[in-house]
Design a protein around this ligand. Sequence first.
Ligand SMILES: Cc1cc2nc3c(=O)[nH]c(=O)nc-3n(C[C@H](O)[C@H](O)[C@H](O)COP(=O)(O)OP(=O)(O)OC[C@H]3O[C@@H](n4cnc5c(N)ncnc54)[C@H](O)[C@@H]3O)c2cc1C
Length: 384
Amino acid sequence: MNPDARIAIIGAGLGGLVAGALLQQRGYRVRIFEQAPEFARLGAGINLSPNVMKVLGEIGVSDRLLDIGIRPRSWVSRDLTTGEILFDYRMRDVVETKFGAPYITIHRGDFHAVLTEAVAPGTIEFGKRLRGFEQQAGNVRLDFDGHPSVDVDFVIGADGINSMVRETLLGPELPIYTGYVAHRSIFPMSRLDGMEVDDFCKWWSDDAHGDRHIVVYLLDKAAEEIYFVTGVPQADWDHGLSFVDTDMEEFRGHFAGFHENVIRLVEACPTATTWPIFEREPLTLWSRGQVVLLGDACHPMKPHMAQGAAIAIEDAAILVRCLEHCGDALGAALTLYENSRKARASHVQKHSHANKWLRAPMDPSWVFGYDALTQELGVPAGTP
Ligand SMILES: Cc1cc2nc3c(=O)[nH]c(=O)nc-3n(C[C@H](O)[C@H](O)[C@H](O)COP(=O)(O)OP(=O)(O)OC[C@H]3O[C@@H](n4cnc5c(N)ncnc54)[C@H](O)[C@@H]3O)c2cc1C
């Protein structure tokens, strides 16, 4: 990529911000257009596994994240009925040694705030919702709601599952509702009355209960708050693409009759939000002309491996390496990017869909051991 190229990133989410920070580090001119007028602090936690922490180290934010988040002792999988431990995958210290970077859990709002500081001040242009674009003779004209058009040389569509960049490239197509919802809540630990919790635990039902689960973890060192995210079958979703407030009585009913610690947790939780889980079929193309997709815009997945953001951020790192590697040959760079990433993203999508990740003893090296900073480009890598 020519260093003077005018680069636009659509979406200041997790993948877009990392792409912006990496490009700026390498001297590129970047503007990030974000539809939101400002960022709201979403009530959610997030897992950052070693494969993503390596990229976050490259943009200089991993120490800051380690200061805020926690390094869970283990990923503990438990039977939702009996509490029996199905797998205790040791993470703290062990993961660092094996994969060269830690596994942390953190408040998603804290993570996002740290990422916004990794790009130069003024890079993010808030309140600019992309409506569409037109590619003509080496130029891309971006159209925004209520703002003048902007001409650029190259566009990265990092605008999430309902991507307008994807829609403009490939036509309108709603994402597929998976038949599952996720309930999310963060609330004070004090409401648990001293109940002991693992610092990270996924509780799994047997198949007779329709593949439901609840993942419970801490978000920061003070351990004053606890977070959970569920996966619960729900045949229909009538609320559009966004989340809604949870009906708490109905929610608690989903976990009635299970282990007493889970019942205490859902009883203690005052409020939650319910998120529909959507997916998409693999896309027929990841780029066209001077426009490319990354992250959820390209390959949204069920959140059951906690890898959606990680894969978006890996995409960003590999894309930037491909742009550097190919110089002015943009088409070659975008082909190299797709060839480098498609197999891995598709495998993680497939395994997330199956929801068996770390339920029973297994080796997670193919996911955690991937290094987007050094991985050979152009070969399908990071698959089981
Ligand atoms: C319940 C749940 C739990 C999850 N837990 C984890 C986890 O623990 N670990 C993990 O790695 N992943 C997790 N994920 C997945 C993760 O949140 C996503 O995969 C990740 O956010 C994708 O990043 P992205 O940058 O592609 O998109 P996003 O982070 O969604 O960012 C897209 C951005 O684009 C903006 N935008 C959208 N449209 C426009 C437009 N037209 N114009 C301008 N801006 C626009 C949006 O406002 C947003 O800021 C979870 C997801 C869910 C639903």
